[in-house]
Write a new protein. Structure first.
Length: 350
């Protein structure tokens, strides 16, 4: 990419949308195998600083986080010895074989399979028709470890790359608040928060609109020996909260992104407010609410205002105990603050 007076600016991938060019390099050089190995090597070095991949209790983490690692449009998640690649631009997708080779070069025998899961992400943008497939190796196991807990991850058919790795630290925090408590985990997906909660809780109820997700959540509870005091409900979350008969001490609200674009912010604001209002209104006095938004278009300030409106509407006194975000293996470039997409609050409801 050059300026009007023919000065080199950057090299990037053209993409239809609000961002026309996503810059991957700011020096004039060939984008070849050495380039990808250098970029992925840099990302891997940061993960080594964070304790990966040799953390004995956790073998699932994010290796490449788009703009946070100078590779906009590229996500790489590691599930034990399987790397799952998800390209969000055609340029990244067209480079997938070089990226795969760079992964193997950098990580060696730590990786036994590379799965390309770009079909969903590119289909949403209308850019290309792709088929998800293994670029290298095949699946040998789907069980991974996170803080010592076991999870069966379906990276082939599951949401995103298969598991919501970005909630790892927040799940760990949750278990500190669940001793002897009745816990409700909504939008539970495969039961990540439920497993952590069940370590100390009296009982945990998981709710999701997907029966397939609830089946997976039950399987993960069984993997960890927690099935006895856990129940799964396939239901619309808001309907479940409104009709719930249990008196919950701790509630987790971790909905999907209500606003993927700025044009959806107003509607998303109403959705988040209604969901949090009903929960704050019904949670047991002295209850703890973990509430999140993963919508990039909803920033931290707006999310705080939404929760304020929900609490005021419910006429409950609410205190903020923690402000939460994504873990360090999802780094945020100081030049791309939008990369801090995950916002969360832990609330004490009097």
């Amino acid at each position: 990419m050059f300026s009007s007076d023919n000065r080199y600016l950057c090299t990037g991938h053209f993409h239809h949308g609000s961002i026309t060019v996503r810059a991957i390099c700011f020096e004039q050089r060939e984008i070849n195998q050495a380039f990808w190995a250098e970029k992925i090597g840099s990302a891997f070095n940061l993960r080594k600083v964070l304790g990966f991949p040799d953390n004995t209790g956790t073998n699932v983490y994010r290796l490449c986080h788009g703009e946070g690692d100078g590779l906009p449009g590229l996500i790489i998640d590691i599930y034990h010895q399987v790397a799952v690649i998800q390209a969000h631009t055609v340029g990244m997708y067209e480079s997938r074989m070089q990226i795969m080779e760079a992964l193997l070069q950098v990580m060696g025998s730590r990786i036994t399979a590379v799965y390309d899961k770009s079909g969903e992400s590119l289909a949403k943008s209308g850019e290309a028709k792709t088929v998800n497939s293994y670029l290298f190796g095949n699946k040998t196991t789907d069980v991974v470890k996170e803080h010592g807990f076991l999870f069966s991850v379906d990276w082939e058919e599951g949401q995103k790359t298969g598991f919501f790795i970005d909630q790892r630290d927040n799940r760990d925090l949750l278990r500190k608040y669940t001793h002897g408590k009745k816990v409700l985990n909504t939008f539970a997906y495969t039961g990540g928060f439920s497993v952590y909660a069940m370590q100390n809780a009296m009982m945990v109820d998981s709710v999701d609109s997907s029966q397939k997700a609830m089946d997976a959540a039950g399987k993960n509870m069984e993997l960890n020996g927690f099935a006895e005091n856990h129940r799964c409900f396939t239901s619309d979350v808001l309907d479940f909260i409104r009709s719930a008969k249990e008196d919950y001490d701790v509630v987790i609200l971790d909905p999907p992104a209500f606003a993927k674009h700025l044009s959806n912010v107003d509607r998303a604001t109403v959705g988040y407010r209604n969901l949090n209002h009903e929960t704050i209104r019904r949670i047991k006095p002295g209850g703890i609410l973990f509430t999140f938004s993963c919508s990039q278009a909803i920033d931290k300030t707006l999310f705080g205002k939404i929760i304020f409106m929900a609490a005021a509407q419910a006429k409950r006194n609410v205190k903020i105990l923690h402000r939460l975000s994504q873990p360090a293996d999802h780094p945020v470039s100081i030049y791309h603050p939008e990369g801090e997409y995950l916002k969360g609050l832990v609330l004490f409801v009097e």
